[in-house]
Ligand binder design. Structure first.
Ligand code: GYE
Length: 350
């Protein structure tokens, strides 16, 4: 009998445990989400947090490149509790629809500011009108939007992509002169970044405007490689199969450059300062700068991902009721073998 009662008791205990286990798990996931263990979107901050902190919803477009990782870190280091902020961060994984969802969730959570890096330029009018209706200022980070009414966003902190493209063109001009260019044909292929993105649109236009001044520059082909290393390699491999006389590769970011260099070397050709093919890259992340200093990449047009500090300053100004400019450009350099110093490599954090 006793044995029976004990069995019965055990069964009851087991059922209670089974009943509460899902509840315990749910609690763990919720708490985890709050501290960004499980999810990308944190939970709505409590009223108390809202009262003394500026709540900033950040929609990052993805994590496709080394540049992007550095950009995300910069934002996360700026919008900290120490700086008076509560950050709600979301990664859209390259999809505009995910960014639209994130922005709408920021609106329903009534954040104080919305910051986002638009994956493409078009298609934002409606959601930005919704933010305006809710009285939430929107700040663009990194890339631009193409909207009917520019007052739908307060300001943009990012890069001058057309200027970056022109810098690439101007560097090639001077390099060809240095090599004693006698007007022989220069065959160029271009690896393009994400279709519809400001970085691609601006860099392409900037480079093309310089190329147009040179009758002997032939842009053989420009192809989308989505700012990723894998795609860069694949597209470069196709270019190499199609054209056996490529002189220059313009690669719109370092990740695509890494892939392209692999493809070129596997094809038996060499790259860089003493190589068969000139490599022009954009971003200037640390591992690319190392390749510049080794003469593997000829030139790297810097794109500065450290935008968090600028964004924080803009928000502080807005909080203080001060006027802000419509556009802030971050400082950017051009790196060749000669100016990639040991000191620069040591201090580069990304
Ligand atoms: O060059 C590339 C990234 O928008 C400036 O996006 C950014 C670009 C950057 O994925 O690496």
């Amino acid at each position: 009998m006793r044995e029976k009662i004990r069995k019965y008791q055990n069964r009851i205990i087991n059922s209670i445990v089974l009943l509460f286990l899902p509840l315990l798990l749910l609690l763990a996931v919720t708490v985890g989400g709050r501290f960004k263990i499980f999810g990308d979107i944190t939970e709505e901050p409590t009223v108390q947090e809202k009262a003394d902190q500026i709540v900033v919803g950040v929609s990052q477009l993805g994590s496709e490149s080394g540049w992007r990782t550095a950009n995300t870190e910069s934002v996360q280091n700026a919008f900290t509790q120490k700086n008076g902020c509560f950050l709600i961060y979301h990664n859209a994984r390259q999809k505009q629809e995910n960014q639209l969802k994130a922005i709408r969730s920021f609106i329903s959570q009534r954040v104080d500011y919305i910051v986002f890096s638009p994956v493409v330029e078009t298609g934002w009018d409606t959601v930005l009108q919704e933010a305006r209706k809710a009285g939430i200022p929107v700040i663009l980070m990194d890339r631009q939007v193409d909207v009917e009414d520019e007052s739908l966003y307060v300001t943009c902190v990012g890069s001058d992509f057309v200027e970056e493209g022109e810098k690439a063109g101007r560097w090639l001009e001077s390099e060809l002169i240095r090599r004693g260019d006698g007007g022989e044909p220069v065959n160029i292929v271009v690896l393009l970044g994400t279709e519809g993105s400001s970085a691609r649109i601006g860099r392409t236009a900037g480079f093309a405007s310089v190329a147009a001044r040179h009758k002997n520059w032939n842009i053989l082909e420009q192809e989308d490689a989505e700012f990723t290393s894998t795609k860069g390699k694949e597209v470069m491999r196709n270019f190499l199969r199609k054209y056996d006389d490529i002189d220059v590769v313009i690669s719109q970011n370092d990740d695509m450059t890494f892939g392209a260099i692999e493809a070129i070397q596997e094809s038996g050709r060499s790259v860089g300062v003493n190589g068969d093919i000139i490599i022009v890259s954009f971003d200037a992340v640390k591992s690319a700068l190392e390749m510049v200093s080794e003469g593997i990449i000829n030139v790297d047009i810097e794109c500065n991902p450290n935008q968090g500090e600028y964004l924080l300053r803009v928000i502080d100004d807005l909080e203080a009721g001060l006027p802000v400019e419509k556009q802030y450009y971050v400082e950017e350099n051009v790196f060749k073998k000669q100016n990639v110093t040991e000191e620069l490599l040591r201090s580069r954090t990304y």
